[in-house]
Structure formats: structure tokens, C-alpha cells
Design a protein. Structure first.
Length: 85
């Protein structure tokens, strides 16, 4: 095999730093996926990213959101934290 020394790694790009105080999920179709197509996958990604942030930097004392999607994300975050133990 000509590629014996090739290693494949996964590089999670949940949050991309755009500035010292700005992170982006870089999901350009998230709004239409959620609102037009009823796909909650981007909300899951948001929840997972918040949980990962808390794993690295500690508990976020206050997370504010507005609307049905924000409630779904908050519920997912709580469930993920409980499942992790």
C-alpha cells in the first residue's frame, strides 16, 4: 500500500474563534434547518458546544435565551450534564 504512514484524525470544529471574545458555530443554514425544515440538529450542536465550554472553563452561571429553540437548547444542556454524571 502506498499510504501506509497516513493517519486520519478527527478535528472537532464545534466553535471557531473569530475574536478574543467571539465564537461562531459556522452553521450557515442553522436557522432555515430549524425553522423551515424542523431539524433540531443545529440546536443539539449548540447544546453540545455549551457543555464543552463548561467542561473547559467551568459552569456558566447565567445563560440567557429567548424562544422555543432557546428552551430546547437549555433542556438539552441540562440533560447532557445529567447524563455525564
Amino acid at each position: 500500500m502506498p499510504y501506509r504512514n497516513v493517519n486520519i484524525y478527527e478535528l472537532p470544529m464545534d466553535l471557531v474563534p473569530l475574536d478574543s471574545d467571539l465564537l461562531s458555530m459556522e452553521l450557515p443554514n442553522a436557522f432555515s434547518d430549524v425553522e423551515l425544515h424542523g431539524d433540531d440538529t443545529p440546536l443539539y450542536y449548540a447544546a453540545r458546544s455549551l457543555v464543552k465550554l463548561q467542561e473547559v472553563y467551568g459552569v456558566i452561571p447565567t445563560i440567557c435565551g429567548k424562544g422555543k429553540s432557546a428552551k430546547l437548547v437549555a433542556d438539552m444542556v441540562k440533560r447532557m450534564i445529567v447524563e455525564q454524571g
